[in-house]
Design a protein around this ligand. Sequence first.
Ligand SMILES: NC(=O)c1ccc[n+]([C@@H]2O[C@H](COP(=O)([O-])OP(=O)(O)OC[C@H]3O[C@@H](n4cnc5c(N)ncnc54)[C@H](O)[C@@H]3O)[C@@H](O)[C@H]2O)c1
Length: 325
Amino acid sequence: MQVLVTGGAGYIGSVIVEELVRAGHTPVVYDALAKGHLKALAPEIPFVRGEVADADRLRTALLEYQIEAVIHMAGLIEVGLSVTNPDRFFETNVGGTISVLRAMIDVGVRKLVFSSTAALYGDPEQLPIAEDAPTQPTNPYGQSKLMAEQMMRWVAPAHGLTCTALRYFNAAGATERNGEMHDPETHLIPLVLKAAAEKRAIPIFGTDYPTADGTTVRDYVHVVDLAQAHLRALSREEPGLRIYNVGNGNGYSVRQVIEAAREVTGAELPIEEQPRRAGDQVATVASSERIRRELGWEPQHADLRDILGSAWRWMQSHPKGYEEA
Ligand SMILES: NC(=O)c1ccc[n+]([C@@H]2O[C@H](COP(=O)([O-])OP(=O)(O)OC[C@H]3O[C@@H](n4cnc5c(N)ncnc54)[C@H](O)[C@@H]3O)[C@@H](O)[C@H]2O)c1
C-alpha cells in the first residue's frame, strides 16, 4: 500500500516508516521538520517538506504518490508547552487534522490512522483504562487530540472514511536505526538514560502523588510494537471511527523506571526531587483488550528492561543523536 506518513521524520513516525517498508508497503513522509530529523529516514524514502495546515500541498502529495492511506502523526507533543500555549496546540493538532481530512476527502483517499493519546483520559477513576472510560484531559495537549477524534467521529461516516484512532500510552525504546531525540526532551526514559550516560542526577518532578511511591505511573510500550499496531490498523475496512488503546497493561512509577535504568546501564543515577510539572497525569495504564481481540495485536517487547535496553543501545551508538548519523 502507498502510505503517506505525516510527522514521519519524528521519533515514532520514523520507526513506523521502517516497519512499513519491512512489511512491503511504500511510505511517503510528509513533515515540516519543525522537530523531526531527515537523517531518521533511509535516503530512498520519498520526502515532502510541508506543513499539515497546507491542504493544497497535502492534496498534491496524495495525488502525486497515488496514496491509499494516511497515518497522521504530525503534531505538537509537549504537555507543559500546551499549558502555556494552548492556542498553538489547537491550531496544529486540531487544525492540522481537519486539513488532512479535507485533503483526503477532496482527492478520494479513504483510510486514516491517527496518533491519539492516553492523555485524553486525564486522571481516570479506574486502572487499567478501557476505551469507554470517561475522557477528561488535564492539559490542552490531551484536549486537542480528543477534539481531533471527535471531528473524525462525524466526518468519517459522512464521507465513507475508515478512521482508526490509536491512543498510545508512553512510547519508548528504539530500533537499531531510530531512537527518541526530542528537543526539548520531556519524556522520562530518554531523560533517565541521558543522565546515566552523563553520570549525573535525574530530577523527579513530583514525589507527592497519590501512588504507591509518590511518583507518577505510566505504561511504556515499545515503539516497534506501537508501529505494528499501525500496520494492523491499516487492514481495517469498516467506515467510521474506531478507537483503540495501545499499551502493555503494566504500570511503572518514575522510581521503578529509574531503578530498572540503574540495572540496564550500571549507572548510579542519584535522584533530585523537584516540584510537580503542570499538566502531568497521576497514573495511566492501558487495557489493550480491544486491539488484541479485534486486530490481533500482541506486543513482542513488553518487558521494561528490554525497552530500556534498546533505547540505551541506540543512545550509545548515537551519542549526539542524529547530528552525526
Ligand atoms: N511519544 C509518545 O509517547 C506519544 C504518546 C502519545 C501520542 N503521541 C503522538 O504521536 C505523534 C508522534 O509523536 P513523536 O513522539 O514521534 O513526536 P515527534 O515530535 O518526534 O514527531 C512529530 C513530527 O511531526 C512533525 N510536525 C510537527 N508539527 C508539524 C506541522 N505543523 N506540519 C508538519 N509536520 C509537523 C515534526 O517535525 C516531527 O517530525 C504525535 O502526534 C504525538 O502526539 C506520542
